[in-house]
Design a binder for this molecule. Structure first.
Ligand code: HEC
Length: 168
């Protein structure tokens, strides 16, 4: 019995101690949010924004270690890969490539992360949601005049795909 009691005391002490390991859970300012039709934006916000924007709604379990570490790591890594709040800082090529990548991840069912959907069932994408994302991601980007001499040029995500294939 003494051993069990000591083990429990140690576990409780460790649990308390790890609460002091800092987890960086900030929401940096939104500097250049993506612009898209409201219908698409609603889906992306509901399903992706917690990890891919600066408008994360940190859940209560993000305040308790060790889950807090996992949540924080996913958000920081997610933002690093793709941040809808800083989308305007990506050049057009990156935006086009990312649109393609977004559909790829959604189509394969890799995003949103399963572990997240487990805690946020509302983030699950219906077939209609996926169609909405697909349609958006397959719409060519208009290259702004400042980015190219040829102002009328469209950057077609599929064209980009073909370019990638050629280089292989
Ligand atoms: C729980 C957090 C979380 C959610 C929610 C989430 N992602 Fe991610 N996402 C990540 C993380 C972490 C990575 C980087 C590691 C990886 O690829 O698994 C990532 C990577 C990606 C990438 C790859 C970017 C690159 O640089 O290649 C794309 C695209 C992406 N996510 C799209 C989405 C979309 C679209 C949604 C919503 C439908 C979404 N994600 C929802 C955490 C998340």
């Amino acid at each position: 019995m003494r051993t069990l009691r000591n083990v429990i005391i140690i576990l409780v002490a460790v649990f308390i101690a790890i609460q002091f390991v800092p987890a960086e859970q900030s929401n940096p300012p939104v500097t250049g949010e993506i612009e898209m039709a409201d219908s698409v934006h609603a889906v992306i916000k509901r399903s992706c924004y917690d990890c891919h924007s600066n408008e994360t709604e940190w859940p209560w379990y993000a305040s308790v270690a060790p889950p807090s570490w996992l949540v924080t790591a996913d958000v920081l890594e997610g933002r690093e890969h793709l941040n809808f709040s800083e989308w305007q800082s990506y050049d057009v090529r990156k935006q086009a490539a990312m649109k393609e990548e977004i559909w790829e991840e959604v189509d394969k069912g890799k995003m949103p992360l399963d572990i997240y959907v487990g805690m946020h069932s509302e983030a699950e994408l219906s077939e209609t949601d996926k169609q909405i994302i697909s349609q958006w991601s397959h719409t060519p980007l208009v290259v702004p005049p400042s980015d190219t001499a040829d102002t009328s040029r469209l950057l077609d995500p599929q064209e980009h795909e073909r370019e990638n294939d050629d280089s292989r």
